[in-house]
Design a protein around this ligand. Structure first.
Ligand SMILES: [Fe+2]
Ligand SMILES: [Fe+2]
Length: 266
């Protein structure tokens, strides 16, 4: 875990990073909204669990946490979930039912502590209104992006992330060429199917999110992106289906192995 920082008033980022060999560091963020009915968005990686909990509870009394939005079931979003639920008796999980089913391969969430949502749903939590959306790129069918109508923040889960070298807090501080290169890599790495999609259909969720006019875009795997820069990420996302599928390096060259098998001995 790294030291927490703020992305807006009472909006704390709990940051870590996953080294990706040959590419750099993939940021791994969870977020805490401390005002009103406090909301935690995602719960970090299992390898960071103790540091994540120390960082979280240094910002908030566990008794005060009311909501844990789990954007999807991947381990980098659910690492401390059971421990947070144990420590915070008033907190309920908000997640998609498919994500909950997939999480149940590893742990259960008591039914009375669970509220399920689909893209298109809205919920009011105190004076905050949250709407749920399907982000354009995702690597779990249970993925939800969340828009907070009270302050204009879009929590985009895996989507709109990047891989860059070193510290990543604010888009404005980053080398843009490096950011958008990492953006094209990560959004295809988590969704290689973007090379197969109908581009017009792919644009629908991009336009839906752009129509919200987010004041702030927070990816679990990216820096804080503010107002004027946000449309540039929507533009970059719109180009993703025009790119070929991205694959990591591999030791096994399947085509070479097949060629060797098929060529006559001698
Ligand atoms: Fe994921
Ligand atoms: Fe993720």
């Amino acid at each position: 875990m790294k030291a927490s920082y703020t992305a807006g008033p009472d909006l704390h980022v709990l940051p870590s990073a996953l080294p990706v060999p040959g590419l750099g560091d993939q940021p791994v963020n969870a977020f805490l909204l401390r005002s009103g009915q406090p909301v935690l968005v995602d719960t970090g990686m299992p390898v960071d669990r103790e540091g994540f909990l120390d960082s979280l509870w240094s910002l908030l009394d566990p008794a005060d946490l009311r909501w844990i939005v789990v954007t999807h079931d991947d381990r980098d979003h659910t690492g401390a979930l059971t421990r947070v639920l144990e420590a915070a008796p008033c907190a309920k999980v908000l997640a998609n039912a498919t994500a909950v089913t997939r999480m149940s391969e590893e742990f259960g969430i008591p039914q009375e502590r669970l509220v399920t949502a689909n893209p298109g749903n809205r919920v009011r939590t105190g004076d905050r209104e949250l709407s749920f959306h399907r982000p354009p790129t995702f690597d779990s069918p249970g993925t939800l992006a969340v828009f907070d109508h009270s302050d204009g923040t879009l929590y985009s889960s895996d989507s709109f992330g990047t891989v860059v070298e070193g510290r990543v807090q604010d888009f404005a501080d980053l080398d843009e060429e490096e950011f958008f290169h990492g953006f094209e890599v990560l959004n295809r790495a988590i969704a290689p199917w973007t090379a197969l999609v109908d581009e017009a259909k792919f644009l629908r969720p991009v336009r839906e999110l752009a129509a919200l006019k987010p004041a702030r875009l927070l990816s679990a795997h990216g820096p804080t992106v503010r107002e004027d820069a946000v449309p540039r990420l929507f533009d970059a996302m719109a180009r993703i289906p025009s790119l070929p599928a991205w694959l990591p390096g591999a030791d096994l060259d399947l085509e070479a192995a097949l060629d060797a098998h098929e060529s006559p001995a001698g």
